[in-house]
Design a protein around this ligand. Sequence first.
Ligand code: SAM
Length: 177
Amino acid sequence: GFRSRAAFKLLELQDKFKLIAPGDFVVDLGAAPGGWVQVAQQLGAKKVVGIDLLEIEPIPDAVLLKGDVADEAMMTRLLEELGDKPNVVLSDMAANTTGHRQTDHLRTVALVELAIEFAFDTLKPGGTFCSKVFQGGTSAELLATLKHRFQEVKHAKPPASRTHSPEIYVVAKGFKG
Ligand code: SAM
């Protein structure tokens, strides 16, 4: 079985957008407890490296790092572990909510920006980026940046994401390099 309910969201996104293909090198940002890593492996990814602030229970053949995506040395290590540029960068990162709406919003936007920056710096041409974003989707500015660098950019709310949840996902395919 999968370790998270989030796994079913990735499966639904996969059905709709064909994010991961056999042989892919996949990076998973905010990977704990590991559901998306399991799904990526099941879809035939050649190598999966996940990172999270939290410790992740081992998954055979996956590299799971404990660290902050904002830590550049950590992200360099992640790329070394991957052994090649990623075809796919996934982010399901979410900050612990403080209850203060504006603070939560800013922290979430900062995480999406981190994920986008990492994808821009590392993806193979033709590569795919998929990230959790919240209410209203990505900001107009982030969306414009993504549209500039990818052939196709879409928003999706997978059915497994509860209707009342503000989360949606942005899917960007065909990285222009
Ligand atoms: N996709 C995962 C799965 O299927 O098991 C679930 C991910 S969970 C919704 C979001 C994760 O993002 C949390 O475990 C949290 O610790 C992680 N996270 C938040 N900020 C992070 C950061 N700056 N660096 C690394 N991980 C982060």
